[in-house]
Write a protein that binds this ligand. Structure first.
Ligand code: SAH
Length: 329
């Protein structure tokens, strides 16, 4: 549902869960509205992404809300899905850039406009779904950190199943799908099944997150490169293959994704491996969202500072001289 009217500061109630509910909620939040979603009778009907936003305090959920208490009430209805097309379908792997920051590419937007089905993650730019054709099937396979998730094999199966029915299937993710996005596996699953697959690279949060906080990952005279690693498993964990000592000595800016929970272990290891405790560091959370926050502190206290400030995922940690900069200030 395209929203061309400004609802900044208005209280908006959404009733009825439809395929475009997620897109509408995100478009309203981006517009600065105070959003309440009427809880469906069956809690299972509530899309994971909406539940996640409610748990993060970004939208309110109310059972049987009083409609007159809101400035605007939007009722959603489920449209009839498009018929399956004959002929071969296709899968388009779209990196949507971080959140709803307007960083989706023109090619990504074009793919959403053509889609018969959109299979999306929690951190995808969901406001962009307002550009999907009416009746496009929207499937939420979003993962909540350390919470419920759709296994990758199931996601691959969903992509193949719809493509085999002759549909244009857009797999929409946050950032770049080939950067900790398992896009490579999805491409291989499509090729193995003989399904045509194309990729639309996205703007990764590993660069855009710091950039939106005024931190360039490289800066002439300061640093000649950057390294991006996953903090999903901490140093010392048998599953970790990252050489933290080499990173500590690399002389590059270090960008850590998925590292909020493991930040204390990571920063301690970097210091133990010889990186100076007073090396500048920063954590950028919710980059590109209205809730975006940046905290800065030296390496040896950034984990404690981030925790004290209540920083939660999604967040990008940056370590290195550039983390002291705010080139937008
Ligand atoms: N493919 C994504 C990364 C997926 S891994 C990309 O290229 O950006 C998920 C991690 O990305 C999160 O744990 C967080 O570290 C980071 N991330 C994604 N979106 C973010 C955002 N809006 N703000 C800050 N970090 C984000």
């Amino acid at each position: 549902m395209p929203l061309d009217l400004s609802l900044t500061g208005r209280s908006v109630l959404l009733t009825g869960i439809a395929p475009d509910t997620i897109a509408t909620v995100h478009a309203l939040l981006r517009d600065g509205a105070h959003v309440t979603v009427a809880a469906p009778d069956d809690p299972a009907d509530l899309p994971t992404s909406v539940r996640d936003l409610a748990e993060r305090g970004l939208v309110a959920l109310r059972a049987e809300p009083e409609h007159t208490a809101y400035d605007v009430v939007i009722r959603s209805a489920t449209p009839t899905p498009p018929p399956g097309r004959s002929g071969a379908g296709e899968v388009v792997l779209v990196g949507g850039g971080p959140s709803d920051a307007g960083l989706l590419t023109v090619a990504g937007l074009d793919a959403i406009r053509r889609a018969d089905v959109v299979v999306h993650d929690r951190l995808a730019p969901l406001a962009a779904l307002v550009h999907a054709r009416a009746g496009t099937e929207i499937i939420d396979v979003g993962k909540i950190p350390r919470g419920e998730f759709t296994p990758q094999e199931r996601i691959n199966a969903i992509l193949l199943e719809h493509a085999r029915r002759g549909r244009v299937v857009v797999r929409l993710k946050g950032g770049d799908g080939f950067v900790f996005g398992r896009g490579g596996e999805e491409a291989q699953a499509c090729r193995a099944a003989g399904i045509p697959v194309t990729v639309v690279p996205g703007i990764t949060s590993s660069i855009a997150g710091p950039a939106l906080a005024g931190i360039p990952v490289t800066h002439r005279d300061l640093v000649q490169g950057f390294s991006v690693v996953s903090g999903h498993v901490p140093p010392g964990d048998p599953r970790s293959t990252v050489d933290w000592g080499a990173l500590a000595r690399s002389g590059t800016t270090l960008v850590v994704l998925m590292g909020v929970a493991t930040l204390p272990a990571i920063t301690a290891e970097l210091v133990a491996q010889g990186l100076a405790g007073d090396t500048p560091a920063a954590v950028v959370a919710d980059a590109g969202m209205s809730s975006m926050r940046t905290v800065r502190a030296p390496l040896d206290s950034i984990a404690e500072t981030a925790s004290r400030e209540g920083i939660t995922a999604p967040a990008v940690a940056v370590v290195g001289a550039v983390a002291a900069l705010d080139v937008l200030a």
